[in-house]
Ligand binder design. Structure first.
Ligand code: HSE
Length: 431
């Protein structure tokens, strides 16, 4: 092959990084694939806009069909974001026999199975390493590096914005709103940060990870999601005192053939490797039956880190093109999906209650806990400023989610309990 011709959809943060890496690393790329890589067209909204990256103006177009219908282009890189247009463009590109690389987690979480099947039908590659945890090569590690193993658990800090917020709130005592603003200014929060702080961004990434790691068609609606917006300074302080660190954790777990996938604020023992992941960094902890514990750490966002993953996918496509094996990635789900019932999900919990400070309150609470099979591992009572009220913090032993949810409801209804201030899952043991 004389050269590989690439069309780029989008020239924002990631797109500019892709152009820079292809330009700066052209010798290394050509050495690996045996011919030069050339970006021949770039889709932008406004061809006249001034840009930070040096681009020959004739490369720019606002007509997507100059790329996805062009006979001159071998590979399309989609870094424009959004769902519906991106989906249509990728489908057309694949149907026109073009290989596709995308960084689009929203799209892959919702339509990954459909797009991968269209890619296969057209003998095309569709790679999406950058869609989960930016610069960390986690998808390839799961699909290739751990291909001989049976993965039973993946725990990830896969959203940089929320990790940044929790780190700054915990370590520096900063207020939630101030740190969120800082994350937006630094450029890693989504345009609408609701999807970061409400856990949806992490849920999309966990959908992709769980589908690949368990070779099962996990859908976004299978993920139980809770964000970080109600976490308070008190919760963080108690967590610390008890030897835990609060993180927004994406969890995908397999027991036998049954799966659970969730994203929620979780207390991890300080000694857990994920507890040490600070600021906007991401990490994915993967447990395989044979390999045991592994952890992958790095930048989860940013122009060049994310572009590194995109260009590595490009190299993977180009190697497959040279070998004549494109469209053969065996990533289509192999097993039927069986999700756990709430009565099969087991976890420890942290609970913070405000109660009436009067005789018999403890007995009433204790009796509810025993009724729903949740025993105490630790319990702390502190006086509150409000007269006649006290705060109780409880760490439970493992209980089923079904029982725990009823217990929470019964506590809310209990006269002696003024309110349930906070409740979080705990993974692991801080003792
Ligand atoms: N908003 C995302 C994050 C960007 O904070 O991790 C990378 O997907």
């Amino acid at each position: 092959m004389k050269e590989i011709r690439v069309g780029l959809l989008g020239l924002g943060t990631v797109g500019s990084g892709v152009v820079k890496i292809i330009t700066d690393h052209q010798d290394r790329l050509a050495h690996q694939i045996g011919c030069p890589v050339k970006v021949t067209k770039i889709l932008v909204q406004n061809v006249d806009k001034e840009r930070d990256v040096a681009i020959t103006p004739s490369l720019l177009t606002s007509d997507v069909y100059e790329i996805i219908n062009s006979e001159e282009i071998d590979i399309v890189i989609e870094v424009m974001g959004g769902v519906e247009s991106a989906r249509q463009y990728i489908l057309t590109a694949l149907q026109n026999g073009k290989h596709v690389v995308t960084a689009n987690k929203d799209l892959m979480a919702l339509y990954g199975t459909e797009l991968l099947s269209v890619a296969k039908d057209n003998q095309c590659d569709l790679f999406y390493e950058a869609s989960v945890a930016g610069g960390i090569p986690i998808l390839r590690s799961i699909v290739d590096g751990l291909s001989s193993d049976r993965i039973t658990k993946m725990m990830g800090i896969v959203n940089g914005t929320t990790n940044f917020i929790l780190t700054k709130m915990s370590n520096e005592g900063k207020a939630y709103e101030d740190v969120l603003k800082e994350a937006q200014e630094l450029g890693f929060a989504e345009a609408n940060p609701t999807s970061d702080v409400e856990g949806l961004d992490a849920a999309r990434k966990m959908t992709i990870l769980a589908t690949l790691g368990f070779s099962t068609n996990v859908e976004l609606s299978d993920v139980k999601v809770k964000g970080i917006t109600s976490i308070t300074e008190e919760d963080l302080a108690y967590s610390r005192d008890l030897g835990y660190t609060m993180k927004l954790i994406g969890l995908a777990k397999r027991d036998g053939e049954k799966l659970e996938v969730s994203v929620e604020p979780t207390l991890l023992p300080n000694k857990h490797p994920l507890a040490a992941v600070q600021n906007e960094f991401n990490a994915v902890y993967v447990y395989g039956e044979a390999v045991g514990e592994t952890m992958f750490y790095g930048p989860g966002a940013g122009s060049l880190p994310t572009a590194t993953a995109v260009v590595s996918d490009l190299v993977a496509v180009m190697k497959n093109m040279r070998l004549g094996v494109t469209g053969n990635s065996a990533v289509s789900p192999q097993y039927p999906k069986v999700l756990k019932e709430d009565s099969e999900v087991l976890a420890k919990y942290f609970l913070r209650l405000h109660v009436k400070d009067e005789v018999g309150v403890f007995a009433k609470i204790t009796s509810l806990f025993s009724e729903y099979g949740a025993s105490f591992e630790r319990i702390i009572q502190m006086p509150l400023e409000e007269k006649g009220a006290a705060e109780i913090v409880i760490v439970t032993h493992r209980a089923t989610l079904a029982n725990y949810q009823v217990l929470l409801q019964k506590l809310e209804e209990q006269d002696a309990v003024k309110c349930v201030k906070a409740s979080y899952r705990i993974e692991g043991d801080a003792k």
